[in-house]
Design a protein around this ligand. Structure first.
Ligand code: AMP
Length: 193
């Protein structure tokens, strides 16, 4: 199973990916998580990416494509993976296409979580509050200023990725405003069909 989950920040991609990794026993490849790990470890990539990420803007295509290319070559990704937060630009989608073709791999599904923009800021705020309550550290970009920039980046650079897959006839959409269990059911149905 090779799957892409698309949708704006706060749409629920992380929640659904986490569930699907268990169901299909495949890894969740979240470029956001990989970049945050690089920032925490202060690797050269992390040092380059930190300020861009904190501001809510997109890290350069070259960096992100390089990270994904290395990651999908790891043993646990051989039987499949869920891409969460990648591709985020049409250039990334094209690079992914090339990468997969060179490995004779296909995508099974591209699923977009459609959400109401007005609800997103509230969801991000809730995520920050719940993280704090659980004693965790709130993401540096889960604040209203960075969130606005993330949403703008999504509209300008990532929304065209949906069109890219729609034009290939590969895009399926799910109502991401429904309760989590309903979103899960809708995704499961799509993957089983
Ligand atoms: P996320 O956890 O997916 O919300 O990503 C957090 C941040 O990491 C984004 O706001 C970007 O700065 C960076 N990032 C994650 N994935 C990508 C990507 N595919 N392309 C560019 N930047 C990314």
């Amino acid at each position: 199973m090779r799957l892409i989950l698309l949708g704006p920040p706060g749409a629920g991609k992380g929640t659904q990916s986490g569930r699907l990794t268990q169901k299909y026993d495949i890894p969740q490849l979240s470029t956001g998580d990989m970049l945050r790990a690089a920032v925490a470890a202060q690797t050269p990539i992390g040092l380059k990416a930190k300020a861009v990420m904190d501001a809510g803007a997109l890290v350069s295509d070259d960096i992100v494509i390089g990270i994904v290319a290395e990651r999908i070559d790891e043993a646990d990704a051989k039987k499949g993976f869920i891409l969460d937060g990648f591709p985020r630009t049409v250039a990334q989608a094209e690079a992914l296409n090339k990468m997969l073709r060179s490995k004779n791999m296909d995508l099974n599904s591209v699923i977009e979580l459609k959400v109401d923009e007005a609800a997103l800021l509230h969801r991000i705020q809730t995520r920050a509050d719940e993280t704090l309550k659980a004693g965790g550290t709130v993401r540096a970009d889960d604040n209203p200023d960075a969130f606005k920039i993330r949403l703008e980046a999504y509209k300008a650079q990532t929304a065209p990725v949906s069109n890219y897959y729609a034009e290939k006839g590969a895009l399926k959409t799910v109502d991401g405003m429904a309760p989590i269990e309903e979103v899960s059911l809708a995704i499961d149905k799509l993957l089983e069909s």
